[in-house]
Design a protein around this ligand. Structure first.
Ligand SMILES: [Zn+2]
Length: 344
């Protein structure tokens, strides 16, 4: 989302105070920019919705446990995006620039990580994104957590896995032109994955039947990434065509969000674009819900269907709270380039 911000009267007074404190101002603007949908990710809202809906696709033996922790799975669906700024190696888990590898990317890229590292080299792979391989790795970790009946790990990895799967179904997570920056369509990323679902999700039918077992995990993951990538052509093309025939003054509008006026794609432009896409956002969101549920279920089956009713209760312990606080600190340090105390 475009982060141009205009103030109302109340805000203007507060803004003057901020101007005297440049560090605070930078901090606030960064937070607003990051939390308002800038950057390559499904909107925070859609990620939460996808994880939540996937719970209802699970069989009764799993649903007892997952429903009990549905708020955790919903709230933590966005953790991987928060970590992007704090953890080295996190950013590349959210995308793959398939077009970097040419038209036959799928034929060139090995389906499994070790073979891909051998053929392409790890640095190069990480540079262009690793989401299809990372989903496979996270699925193995989840299976392992089920085998060990480790409540904390099961929940943490389930929430994370839901995030990466949802990202892999977003067409703009499969191209190096991820925000239209190479074609003069900057802002299209948040438009597609945040603005459109927020406007039209009430019309989406996201209910799917019970989760099914995935026989070939690697193939399923790669097929869905490929489907998302094939959809990216129309994402760019329709926006370009519509923009050419649209009154430029009506393409964007300002909307009030948390007391800020935010520049965004107008309702009129959004509606026409959404119609041109013919259900694409809904299809991809539904594919995410489908795959998240199927993956959780498959990992549980592969772990030998442990009895989840006997699992221990889960509450973040002190160690976990400290780790989370450290993560937040490191995120802020990176953003503001603040030295940590130990660097002195
Ligand atoms: Zn993400």
């Amino acid at each position: 989302m475009d982060s141009s911000i205009i103030s109302d009267d109340n805000f203007r007074k507060k803004f003057k105070v901020f101007l005297k404190k440049p560090m605070i101002l930078i901090f606030v603007l960064l937070i607003l920019t990051l939390e308002s949908g800038f950057g390559p990710k499904w909107g925070f809202w859609a990620h939460k919705r996808i994880n939540r809906l996937a719970v209802f696709r699970l069989p009764p033996e799993m649903q007892y446990f997952y429903k009990k922790h549905i708020d955790y799975l919903t709230e933590n669906a966005v953790n991987p995006d928060r970590r992007r700024y704090a953890v080295v190696g996190e950013a590349e888990r959210h995308f793959i620039d398939l077009d970097v590898y040419g038209d036959s990317a799928l034929a060139i890229l090995p389906k499994f990580w070790s073979a891909a590292v051998k053929k392409i080299g790890e640095d190069s792979l990480r540079k262009h994104g690793i989401v299809p391989w990372f989903i496979q790795s996270a699925a193995f970790q989840l299976t392992d957590a089920f085998k060990e009946k480790d409540t904390r790990r099961i929940l943490r990895i389930s929430a994370d896995l839901g995030h990466y799967v949802a990202d892999s179904n977003v067409p703009l997570h499969t191209t190096r032109n991820y925000n239209g920056q190479l074609t003069g369509q900057e802002g299209i990323h948040a438009f597609w994955e945040s603005r459109l679902p927020e406007l039209y999700v009430q019309d989406y039918d996201l209910w799917i039947g019970q989760a099914v077992y995935i026989d070939n995990l690697a193939e399923t993951v790669w097929n869905s990434v490929n489907r998302a990538h094939l959809a990216s052509d129309s994402v760019f093309l329709f926006e370009k065509h519509l923009s050419e025939s649209f009154d430029p003054d009506k393409k964007f509008s300002y909307e009030l969000r948390n007391n800020f006026l935010v520049r965004t794609y107008s309702q009129e432009f959004s509606e026409q674009y959404h119609n041109l896409l013919k259900g694409q956002v809904e299809r991809q969101m539904k594919a995410s819900v489908e795959m998240v549920g199927n993956l959780w279920f498959t990992c549980w089956i592969n772990a030998g269907q442990p009895d989840l009713r006997k699992m221990k209760d889960f509450a973040p312990d002190e160690k976990e709270k400290k780790a989370e606080a450290a993560e937040q600190r490191s995120w802020l340090q990176r953003l503001l380039r603040i030295r940590s105390e130990s660097d002195d």
